[in-house]
Design a protein around this ligand. Structure first.
Ligand SMILES: Cc1cc2nc3c(=O)[nH]c(=O)nc-3n(C[C@H](O)[C@H](O)[C@H](O)COP(=O)(O)OP(=O)(O)OC[C@H]3O[C@@H](n4cnc5c(N)ncnc54)[C@H](O)[C@@H]3O)c2cc1C
Length: 510
């Protein structure tokens, strides 16, 4: 049964339900929404609860690559790469309005490097057989500069060109959430799970959640529960069993966003050798260039992670070694930081070598925790997780069909219609940002945007692209939202202050 993607409808359904749901999913990141989509398309009664906004955690802060992971080849993780390459194709087929091919350059400073990376990429091609986005090839230094005009010519002996996918993570997430509702899932943001309920035999029987907008408490009964809280997964596991050993090692990754002029052209670049042993990417995205990422172990996950000065410095210096003009902090338009929910493998303390595979762990209470993996492989992660839930809770469900489940564009035609109906909605919100009043109205009416941050950070990507201009735009965004939501000036003022506070973490402090 198709459900509306409307928060008050969702809350009403939660309130009225008399029987247990088949499945409650905790966490509205890529993993949780993937699980909700899989479960709903199998005909299960599924509820997803997200304590902040959909995608407000790691899932809006990725490098935006749909990829097999060239660097995992170097680690010899062939199965991981091959599976991810297959998922890359499926995601492009199912969400082709948001996932597209991107050419990447690997600059080489010696014939040996040229040979080494060239052969490595041929292996990548081979693993992508049947799932290719385009074959890799050796190119001359001259051709490399034509494709990527900002690349430093001295020391360049040649390059290898290969193909991977690129996407808009938060937009895909919202479209996946809407698609799951179309297939019958009930989703609500700003619903924080505060307790895991159990029956007398110690088996999970539901959750207690709080609507963080009103403080209202919901007791939601369920036959199975999936903990998809990403970097916060251990908090949920400890709600279930205070003595359980933590399984997640948090590591943060910072990205710097530059104006397009710093890195013109459409071809991305991968810097294969950096001083911390990982690769960094310089990727054109939404008419800007993203440089990232770092991999810094942090003691614990926080909802709004803060970039460290040395991470910013590392990215500026490493990019500077490969670009004609060395970027400085003055060039940075926005900085965003995400936390990897890596799964500990006890033997290793270096986060760059912890498992990138997903892990599904079932507690004695039958709480199912899913963690690790990556955006690209979320469909497969969800399939494995729902298989486990069906088995554990003896749910009756159809086979998985998400290899062919389409995730359609939920907004283009709707926004165009809004502008035809009310031409003033085509006005820009801010002279330097490509968003219009219609984007805001659409996000509130159809995409469950509840705050100015939801609109500026995830329904549109302005905070990630232009932090200062987004702060300037916040009062207008809040004003438009307020008209649609029927809220007052106090609400607008609170939105603007809250947004300014969050946006400080995205501003380069000069
Ligand atoms: C820097 C970086 C770059 C990356 N780049 C790529 C890339 O280019 N390509 C790729 O494929 N992958 C990439 N990844 C990996 C990918 O982004 C992650 O694997 C994925 O986003 C994790 O999603 P998640 O749903 O598990 O976690 P999250 O997105 O963090 O979602 C967990 C959610 O649970 C919610 N939650 C927590 N506690 C509660 C509670 N009590 N009640 C309700 N909700 C709760 C949180 O608010 C959060 O929204 C990258 C990761 C990082 C960190």
């Amino acid at each position: 049964m198709s459900q509306s993607f409307d928060r008050s409808d969702s809350l009403q359904q939660l309130q009225q339900r008399k029987t247990p749901w088949d499945l409650v999913v905790i966490g509205g990141g890529a993993t949780g929404v993937g699980v909700a989509l899989d479960a709903a398309t199998r005909g299960l009664d599924v509820v997803l609860l997200e304590r902040f906004d959909f995608g407000s955690g790691t899932s809006s802060r990725s490098t935006k690559l749909v990829h097999g992971g060239v660097r995992y080849l170097k680690q010899g993780n062939i199965t991981l790469v091959r599976d991810a390459l297959r998922e890359r194709t499926l995601l492009k087929e199912n969400a082709n309005h948001l996932v597209h091919d991107k050419a990447f350059l690997i600059p080489c400073e010696s014939l040996w490097q040229w040979f080494f990376y060239g052969v490595g990429l041929k292996v990548y091609d081979l693993l992508a057989t049947g799932n290719s986005f385009g074959r890799s090839k050796f190119i001359s230094a001259r051709r490399a500069v034509e494709l990527s005009p900002a690349i430093r010519r001295e020391r360049l002996r040649g390059a290898v060109l290969y193909h991977d996918g690129q996407f808009d993570d938060a937009r895909l997430l919202v479209d996946m959430a809407i698609t799951s509702a179309t297939h019958g899932a009930i989703l609500a943001n700003y619903m924080s799970v505060i307790e895991i309920a159990k029956s007398s035999d110690g088996i999970v029987s539901g959750v207690v959640a709080v609507d963080t907008e009103t403080g209202r408490r919901f007791e939601i009964a369920a036959k199975s529960i999936v903990n998809a809280a990403g970097p916060f997964g251990d908090q949920l596991r400890q709600m279930d069993d205070p003595k359980c050993e933590p399984m997640i090692a948090a590591s943060q990754g910072v990205h710097l966003v530059f104006p397009k002029e710093l890195y013109p052209g459409d071809t991305a670049m991968i810097v294969p050798q950096t001083s911390d042993g990982r690769v960094i990417f310089i990727v054109p995205w939404h008419d800007h260039a993203i440089v990232g990422t770092t991999d810094t172990a942090i003691p614990m996950a926080v909802p709004e992670p803060v970039p460290q000065t040395q991470e910013i410095q590392f990215l500026l210096e490493t990019a500077g070694e490969y670009l004609t003009r060395r970027p400085t902090i003055e060039d940075v338009l926005s900085i965003f930081t995400g936390i990897r929910p890596l799964v500990k493998n006890d033997k290793s303390s270096r986060t760059a070598s912890l498992s990138r595979d997903h892990v599904i762990k079932v507690a004695p209470s039958k709480l199912i925790t899913i963690s690790g993996g990556k955006w690209t492989t979320v469909r497969k992660m969800a399939q494995d997780c729902v298989d486990r839930a069906i088995e554990i809770a003896s749910l009756s469900a159809q086979p998985c069909s998400t290899t062919t489940t389409k995730i359609p564009d939920s907004r283009s035609t709707g926004i165009a219609q809004l502008q035809r109906d009310s031409p003033q909605l085509a006005d820009l919100i801010h002279p330097s940002l490509p968003i219009r009043h219609s984007d805001v109205v659409w996000a509130v009416q159809n995409e469950m945007a509840r705050t100015a941050e939801d609109v500026l950070a995830r329904r549109t990507r302005m905070l990630f692209l232009e932090a200062q201009a987004s702060i300037e735009a916040a009062p207008v965004v809040a004003g438009v939202m307020s008209t649609v939501l029927g809220t007052d000036q106090d609400w607008c003022d609170a939105q603007v202050s809250a947004f300014e506070r969050t946006a400080q973490n995205y501003l380069p402090h000069r």
